[in-house]
Design a protein around this ligand. Structure first.
Ligand SMILES: Cc1ncc(COP(=O)(O)O)c(C=O)c1O
Length: 382
């Protein structure tokens, strides 16, 4: 999709002016697309660019997908069976839970529910990019309050922005993508005093060792917590997420959600995952160990400076070499995919997802080799 499309359809009907001029979101590609681009077979690629879970679905979830018998029947619009299981997993009544096609769908739905043209939405970048991507599509105005140098929230800045803009929504991410820092619960409590709805995205909470704030939702009328099966349960490709909502908010969401938003395969795999928590928990522990190893071993490479993370990924500042070049060389020379951000704040950073021990071995060997060869080429240029 490199061609700029015409804003007039058949020379007559114009698409929305803001969409005609907007930049497309550039999500990660599939293994097959990377394989074709790089000329490396998909099975030899190591994909550490999207915080996916390399251990994949649990055996029961795989079996549920194989045994799927009702793909020709629409799913339960209320996803009742899944929500009943989630109620036990999260520790809140099922009446507070809405399932979606990934947490992504719920982000868009929340914006659709609250935002009228020009309403402000507070965002705290660097953070997960979908909040700022979806808000204008819902006619919202994004008010950025950048995080501090250590990625902690600028709480006073958010309070001032809320007062000045009259924002209706504040998006918070904890652990934060891309750096992995946690927001202390007392900070969330303080921000809940603001006259707005706090959307707390806990996509990575299972890797953090911290308590989810989801159980607080029923007593907190302006708190929404988003969670997903994409990361801890290895179901990113199936699109299964959920939100925990106060009663007054969920009542309106039921009216506007697409009736069959959770497909039968995602629903079956998500339910099977909840029945196999010890297996998935063991994989989460492996990924936490993988993240800790990455933090340690990346720090031992002189050009790399990892930030402490509580997610299944590590953000790393790169010195002595262009971070985009590092990403490109890992991909082209070693078939290892990591994430680089083309934004002023993160241009010298890469984000690396925790992988299996073998994937981490390959990554570290490749990083050392690139380090050595760039030292050689720098000396030979002198
Ligand atoms: C912070 C955060 N929230 C939500 C998502 C998307 O979750 P889902 O796959 O459930 O749509 C991601 C995916 O990377 C994420 O990093």
């Amino acid at each position: 999709m490199t061609e700029v499309p015409s804003s007039r359809i058949a020379g007559k009907v114009r698409v929305r002016a803001d969409i005609a001029t907007m930049q497309p979101y550039s999500p990660t590609a599939s293994l097959e697309v990377f394989a074709a681009q790089l000329g490396i077979p998909a099975e030899r690629l190591i994909k550490l660019d999207a915080n996916e879970n390399p251990y994949g679905p649990s055996p029961g979830a795989r079996a549920a997908l194989v045994a799927l018998s009702a793909a020709h029947i629409y799913p339960d619009p209320e996803a009742r069976a899944l929500r009943a299981l989630l109620s036990d997993y999260v520790g809140v009544g099922a009446e507070h839970i809405l399932a979606g096609a990934g947490a992504d769908e719920l982000i868009a739905l929340i914006l659709q529910l609250f935002i009228e043209p020009g309403d402000a939405v507070i965002n705290a970048p660097p953070t997960f990019s979908m909040y700022a991507f979806d808000a204008p599509l819902a006619f919202g105005r994004v008010v950025d309050v950048p995080r501090r140098a250590d990625f902690s929230l600028d709480v006073e800045g958010i309070e001032a922005a809320a007062r000045e803009s009259g924002a209706k929504l504040l998006f918070l991410c904890s652990p934060n993508n891309p750096d992995g820092s946690l927001i202390p619960p007392q900070t969330v409590e303080r921000l809940l005093e603001l006259p707005l709805v706090v959307v707390l995205d806990e996509a990575y909470i299972e890797f953090s060792g911290a308590e989810s704030l989801a159980p607080r939702v029923p007593q907190t009328p302006n708190l929404i917590v988003l969670r997903t099966f994409s990361k801890w349960a290895g179901l990113a490709g199936l699109r299964a997420g959920y939100g925990v909502f106060p009663r007054e908010i969920i009542a309106h969401l039921w009216k506007i959600k697409q009736p069959y938003n959770v497909n039968v395969a995602a629903d079956a795999a998500a339910r099977a995952s909840l029945a196999e928590q010890p297996h998935l928990r063991a994989n989460v522990e492996r990924l936490i160990a993988g993240r800790e190893r990455l933090e340690r071993e990346l720090a031992a490479i002189p050009t790399l400076h990892p930030y402490p993370s509580r997610g299944n990924f590590v953000l790393c500042r790169v010195t002595g070499m262009d971070a985009a070049t590092l990403r490109r060389r890992l991909a082209e020379e070693h078939g290892i995919l990591i994430r680089h951000y083309n934004t002023p704040r993160l241009r010298d950073c890469v984000r690396i997802s925790a992988g299996t021990p073998a994937q981490t071995d390959a990554l570290l060997a490749a990083l050392r080799e690139i380090g050595r060869s760039s030292e050689v080429s720098e000396t030979s240029e002198l």
